[in-house]
Write a protein that binds this ligand. Sequence first.
Ligand SMILES: C[S@@+](CC[C@H](N)C(=O)[O-])C[C@H]1O[C@@H](n2cnc3c(N)ncnc32)[C@H](O)[C@@H]1O
Length: 415
Amino acid sequence: MQSVGEQTYTQAVREGKYDLYVGNLFGKYDNVRTYWEDQLTRIALRPCLTHLVDRKREAGQKVRICDLGCGAGQGYQILTKIDRRDLDLGLQHQRVLNEDEISTYLGLDISQAMVEKGSVLFADKPQLQFAQADLREGLGKIKQEQPFDIYFSSYGSLSHLGRQDLVKLLTDVCEHGHDGSLIVLDLIGRYSIEWPDFWSAESESEKVRQYTMSYLYSETARQEIDIESFPLRFWAGSEVKQLADELAAATGTGLEVVNMMDRSILVGRHTDTHEYNPALKPIRRLINSLHEDYLRTDLGDLILDLDVPDHPQITPRLQQLMKSWNTLVEYCQHRLCHNFCLPELKGWNDFPKPLQFSLMTMDRVIADVGWMWYGDPRANIIEPQLGYALRTLEYDMQRGSGCGHGLVAILQLKK
Ligand SMILES: C[S@@+](CC[C@H](N)C(=O)[O-])C[C@H]1O[C@@H](n2cnc3c(N)ncnc32)[C@H](O)[C@@H]1O
């Protein structure tokens, strides 16, 4: 049977890469994963999850979750750490989904090492169960269980399945789920700047490419060891919508696409490895540095000058995003040394709204904390805020078209 990355995942677990860390300059739980990717996934999920949990609360019921390709249970951490709204300074957390509101979280994964790791990490929480399962065979014996409220996946798990296998799995999910169940697909985006050679794929076989998680290894290790590669299916946003229509027609259910999000458009994992696009700057490493305490980043390194393939919808959006990104970075570079009146910035009136907003934010951040002497306000406050401002640009300017490393699609069943 073809590799599903089992060697990579078993080794990653053995080396502690799936332990629960937060924040890092490098590796699985780097700062971008923690402060950008996990947070943006939560932001995308918040409205529909809030609605679902409110309905369950009103009915006096708890929530049932099935995590497809669960790894060591990362999805549980994502789902239970979403605040109901952006918090005012004086408030404590108010979670959308509290841990005691979950009756079952069932994590399914093909890797026995992951299943064992999840069971150990969450041994104190009896509502979490992990089981080995090959999702290429659909839901299998899970179909005999009660329906789930959420069929969840995170970080490319479902890109391990070819289109046909994914259709089979989602057909089972459509039949098994109830009216209002959420289906969260987390796929790998085809139009990422990380792999310009994949953009032109037309046939099904061209949309499946060999992939490696070499980013889990240091640069030295990458040169020295043989790193496994395995096939992944790369997705465009329009294809996911088409897939939902097809599934709805075939199963006779309503399947509404509630939200689609491109995640990590300019900061995908492979911007650092050059595995598929040697022309890229190591942008992820630089953003990791922005978020790191007591570490100053050379902002000049963040300026992008990148050719992307021609695509009528994707290319203009990416170019607009990169231009806005550069304007914000250049402004911050200048603002750190000089006081400046924002409306005097050339082209201000034509800037996209998200850019105007992030420029105003950074102007205030620098004005408000620049005088401080405690710690290192540039490294510890201004640079992380610039990281968040760049994250906001990416999020506000994306349209869920498949141009990020990740493509998150939230679907809802109507029965
Ligand atoms: C990139 S990891 C994501 C893990 C986790 N969801 C997270 O958010 O970090 C992909 C996971 O999919 C699992 N996987 C790959 N092929 C699978 C299959 N056919 N059936 C079930 N799980 C699979 C892998 O073992 C791995 O744990």
